[in-house]
Each structure stands twice: as C-alpha cells, then as structure tokens.
Write a protein that binds this ligand. Structure first.
Ligand SMILES: O=C(CO)COP(=O)(O)O
Length: 249
C-alpha cells in the first residue's frame, strides 16, 4: 500500500510574508494522519524549512537541475535544495514542460539527480485537452511515465502525480471514472515495470483543481493516494480540509 500524501505546489507565489500561512498550514495539519508536503518557490525553501523544522510537514522544491553544480546560471541543483532543508522536489510539471521545453528525458535526468541527492521526486505527467479528445490519454501518460522515471526507483523516493493539463487552474475536473481509469492504468504500469512491491508502494497523486469541496470524492477513487494541490494549497483554510479528507479516505 502506498502512503497517503497531501502535497501543495505554491508555484511562483509567495514572499517571506507567506511563511505565516505556512505556519498555519503546519499547525492545521499537525495531527492529520497523512504525509504533508509544501513546495514554495525556491527563494523560500530555506526559510520554509526553518519555519517547519518542528512540524511533521515537509518542504520541497518545484524543480532542480540534473547536474550537481556548474555553469548553469539561474538554476538550482537537487543538492542545493537538500542543503536548504528540502525533502522533496516536484519534477516535470506541465508548466515546466511547456514554459521550459522539458522532455521526458530531461525529467528522468532530474529525477535521478534528485534521488542521488536524497530528495523524494514528485514526477508529474498528464495529457492536454487535445490529446484527451483524440482518445490518446493512456498512450500519452503511459509514455510520459515510462520516459520520465529512471530504473531502480523505490516507493520512498518516488511519487507520481497525474495532472491533466486542462484541469490545472481551470476549475475543470475529470469525471471520477476518468481519474480512476488513468490511476488504475498507471498503477498497472508501475507494477509491470518495477514489480508488485515497489509498484504498489509509489504514491499516485491526482492534481488539477482539487478543492475542499471535491477532495473527498476524488480520494475515494481507486489508486488515488493523495493530491498535488495548486491554488488551494496557498491557504490553510483550503489546504487543511483537503488533507483531512485524505486522512478520512
Ligand atoms: O498544477 C497543479 C499542482 O501542481 C494544480 O493546480 P490547481 O490546483 O491550482 O489547479
């Protein structure tokens, strides 16, 4: 069985003032019986890790470079994130695949770098609306999964997040049947490639317009082990009920 994980992706939102909200999230989820991860922008990782030092909540980055160091202006290595107090890093988010042209090969190299640095990799995949309407969803996410995950991963160092691109920040959510179809498929693919023990231990998150009002029904879908939450992770009042719904599922 995979562990349950409520993860928040703050994207490019938040200055030091947002640390007060992080504290509120840590307090509001302190006794919630699921893993909780918040990924603030890189500028806040060190301060966030200090803020959450005594909390069970973990802090993660939103991207890392595949190299450990070197001439890569503007980039951050996995080792640097780890050094700043991060426990995890989101990789291959559709906004990075689109805005920065990241391919599965890039994401796979970053995933290896993250794991070498001792970070849990939260690897994101998901189809566009055109791909869904063409009936290609399983083909697309299957190929992203195969291409983005390196060999030798474990249920501790890897999380997979299914985020349909058309559901991100739009308020549109796939039907529960559509989510279930993809998650069951991903689970089967993971088990086929990594074996039953590892394949069943890798948490499968759903992401895309998860809110307090729809979280419980999404968490009831088979092979949904948690959520990667964008907008609703910015406020404790929204995020804490989502984590609570996961704990109750
Ligand atoms: O992209 C997401 C998380 O990585 C989802 O964002 P929203 O929850 O704002 O739709």
């Amino acid at each position: 069985m995979a562990r349950k994980l409520a993860a928040g992706n703050w994207k490019m939102n938040g200055t030091r003032a947002a640390l007060a909200e992080l504290k509120a999230i840590a307090e509001a989820t302190a006794t919630t019986d699921v893993d909780v991860l918040i990924c603030p922008p890189a500028t806040l990782v060190a301060a966030a890790a200090e803020t959450a030092a005594d909390a069970k909540l973990s802090i993660g980055g939103q991207d890392c470079h595949a190299a450990t160091s070197g001439a890569h202006t503007g980039d951050t290595s996995a080792e640097m994130l780890k050094d700043a107090g991060a426990a995890a890093v989101i990789l291959g988010h559709s906004e990075r695949r689109t805005d920065h042209g990241e391919s599965d090969i890039t994401v796979r190299a970053k995933t290896e770098a993250a794991q070498d640095a001792g970070l849990q990799a939260v690897v994101c995949i998901g189809e566009t609306l055109d791909e869904r309407e063409a009936g290609d969803t399983l083909k697309v996410v299957g190929s992203q999964l195969t291409g983005s995950l390196p060999d030798g991963i474990t249920g501790e160092n890897t999380v997979v997040a299914y985020e349909p691109v058309w559901a991100i920040g739009t308020g549109k959510v796939p039907t529960l049947e559509q989510i279930g179809e993809v998650h069951d498929f991903l689970r089967a693919e993971l088990v086929a490639r990594f074996g039953a023990e590892t394949g069943n231990a890798i948490p499968l998150l759903y992401g895309g317009s998860v809110k307090p009002g729809n979280a419980a029904e999404i968490f009831a879908v088979s092979n949904v082990d948690g959520a990667l939450v964008g907008g609703a992770s910015l406020k404790a009042a929204d995020f804490a009920p989502i984590a609570a719904a996961l704990a109750a599922s």
